[in-house]
Design a protein around this ligand. Structure first.
Ligand code: ATP
Ligand code: MG
Length: 432
C-alpha cells in the first residue's frame, strides 16, 4: 500500500529542528513578558467573514490564499491566515478592549494556500504582538523596540534592517488611490494582469506587486507622502524621533504598503537579504479602525507579526545559534553486565529529583554493557552514569564516564553522586 504523505507546503518539524524552535520561542516569551505583554490563545478556525471584513475582500490573502470551506452545518469557515483578526475578535468578545489598554501576544500556526518555496509555506507559524487602547507614537515605538530587542537577543541585528512608512488615514489613501489610478491608467498596457485588475478594485495593492516590470513603472508614480494628512505626519515624525532616541536604526520606504487593508499611519517591515525572495521576517503597523470595523468601539491599536520559519532559516544561515541549543541531554544511565537493569530506572529518577532541571535518559531494554555504551555515545548526553555491581560490604558506588573523546571515568560513592555529576557537567567537553 502506498504511504500517505503530508500536505504540500505543510511541514513536519522534526526532533533535530525543534530545539531551534524552542529556543526562539523561549527567548520570545521571556522578552515579551519583560514588556508586560500577556499571552492570548484563540482558535485556528473562525467564520470566514471575520477575515473578509478585516484583511479586506480585495487582497491576496482573501482572494486566493484562504483555506475556506463549509462545515457540516453549512457554516462558512476559514483556517486563520493571520492572527490579528482572531485576536481582536477574541479580545472584543470577552470585553478586554472596553475602556482599557491591553498588551497581548500569541503564537501558533497560520494557513495560506500559496505556492510553497523556501520561506513560504501553506502552514506556517507566527508570533504576534498587539497593543490596544493607545494612540500615541510611544506605543508604536515600543512595538518596534520589542522586535529590535528580539534581533539583539538572537544575534540577528546585523542581518535585518527596519523599513518604515506613513500610509496616512483611510481618506488620505483614497485621495492617493485616485491619483495613482489616473497615473497607472496611462500605462495600463504595461501592467501585469493582477495589477491591471486591481487598478479599479484596490489600486494601492499595485504598489505591493512583486512583478519587476510593474515595480519599474512605479518609480515615476505619485507617492503617498504627497497625500498624507498633517496629523498622521506629526505622529510619524514623533515616532521617528523616538526610534532615534532609542538607537533603533531605520530607513524610510515611501513605497512600503502592507498586504492587509486594516493598516493606517505607521507601517513597518524588518527585511533581510539572507533569505532570497522571502526577505520579510517581521511586519506590522497601526490599525486604528479594525476594532470598529469588527463591530467594537473605536479603539486605537498597533501590532506586529513575525514568521517563525523565516527566523529559523535566518538563524541557521547566519549561524548565531548557541551550540548549547542542540545539547538536549545531560546524562544517560546504564547498567554494567550482571546488574539488574531495574536499578537504572530508580537511579535516573533519583538524579532528576536531586538535580532539578537535569536531563537524564535511562537506558531501557537491557542488553550487553558495550552495546549500551555505544547507544550512550550516540545519545548526545555528556556523561554516562554506570550502575556497577554492589560491593560485598560498604557503600555502593557508580561510575561517571565522560562521553567525550577521552572517555575518562571515575568511581563515586552513591551519596556523592549528585555533587560529582554537577562538577563533571560544568567541565568543558574534550574533543580530539
Ligand atoms: P510576504 O510579503 O512575504 O508574502 P506578507 O506581507 O504576506 O509576507 P504578513 O501577512 O505581514 O506577510 O505576515 C507577517 C510575517 O509572517 C511575514 O513577514 C513572514 O515572516 C511570515 N509569513 C507570511 N506568510 C508566510 C508564509 N506563507 N510562509 C511562511 N511565513 C510567512
Ligand atoms: Mg504574502
Amino acid at each position: 500500500m502506498s504511504k500517505i504523505q503530508a500536505i504540500r507546503g505543510m511541514n513536519d518539524i522534526l526532533p533535530t529542528e525543534t530545539p531551534t524552535w524552542q529556543y526562539i520561542e523561549q527567548v520570545t516569551q521571556t522578552l515579551v513578558q519583560s514588556y508586560g505583554y500577556r499571552e492570548i490563545r484563540f482558535p485556528v478556525l473562525e467564520q470566514s467573514q471575520l477575515f473578509k471584513r478585516s484583511i479586506g475582500e480585495v487582497t491576496d490573502i482573501v482572494e486566493k490564499e484562504m483555506y475556506s470551506f463549509a462545515d457540516r452545518n453549512g457554516d462558512e469557515l476559514s483556517l486563520r491566515p493571520e492572527g490579528t483578526a482572531g485576536c481582536v475578535r477574541a479580545a472584543e468578545q470577552h470585553g478586554l478592549l472596553y475602556n482599557q489598554q491591553q498588551r497581548l501576544w500569541y503564537r501558533g500556526p497560520m494557513f495560506r494556500h500559496e505556492r510553497p518555496q523556501k520561506g513560504r509555506y501553506r502552514q506556517f507559524h507566527q508570533v504576534g504582538i498587539e497593543s490596544f487602547g493607545m494612540s500615541g507614537p510611544d506605543i508604536d515605538a515600543e512595538i518596534i523596540m520589542i522586535s529590535a530587542a528580539l534581533w539583539r537577543e538572537l544575534g540577528l541585528t546585523q542581518s535585518v534592517r527596519l523599513e518604515i512608512n506613513n500610509i496616512g488615514t483611510a481618506a488620505d489613501r483614497q485621495a492617493f488611490g485616485a491619483a495613482l489610478t489616473a497615473f497607472l491608467q496611462q500605462h495600463e498596457a504595461d501592467l501585469d494582469d493582477d495589477s491591471r485588475r486591481r487598478l479599479l478594485s484596490n489600486p494601492l495593492r499595485v504598489l505591493d506587486s512583486k512583478v519587476p516590470s510593474t515595480q519599474a513603472l512605479l518609480s515615476d508614480a505619485p507617492t503617498l507622502v504627497e497625500f498624507v494628512s498633517a496629523e498622521t505626519a506629526a505622529h510619524y515624525d514623533a515616532l521617528k524621533q523616538l526610534l532615534r532616541a532609542n538607537q533603533v536604526a531605520f530607513v524610510e520606504n515611501p513605497r512600503l504598503v502592507r498586504g492587509l487593508d486594516y493598516y493606517n499611519n505607521m507601517v513597518f517591515e524588518w527585511i533581510t537579504d539572507d533569505l532570497g525572495a522571502q526577505g520579510t521576517v517581521c511586519a506590522g503597523g497601526r490599525y486604528d479602525s479594525l476594532v470598529a470595523q469588527l463591530g467594537g468601539r473605536g479603539t486605537p491599536a498597533v501590532g506586529l507579526a513575525f514568521g517563525m520559519e523565516r527566523l529559523v532559516l535566518l538563524l541557521e544561515s547566519v549561524g548565531t545559534l548557541p551550540a548549547s541549543v542542540q545539547q538536549v541531554l545531560d546524562v544517560t544511565v546504564l547498567a554494567s553486565d550482571g546488574v539488574d537493569s531495574a536499578q537504572v530506572l530508580t537511579l535516573a529518577e533519583h538524579l532528576r529529583v536531586s538535580l532539578p532541571g537535569i536531563r537524564v535518559l535511562s537506558h531501557c531494554g537491557g542488553g550487553k554493557f558495550n552495546s549500551q555504551l555505544k547507544k550512550a555515545y550516540n545519545s548526545g548526553a555528556r556523561v554516562a552514569v554506570i550502575v556497577d555491581p554492589a560491593p560485598a560490604s560498604g557503600e555502593p558506588t557508580v561510575r561517571l564516564r565522560r562521553l567525550d573523546d577521552e572517555g575518562r571515568s571515575e568511581s563515586v560513592p552513591l551519596s556523592a553522586l549528585a555533587g560529582a555529576l554537577t562538577g563533571v557537567l560544568s567541565e568543558s567537553p574534550v574533543t580530539a
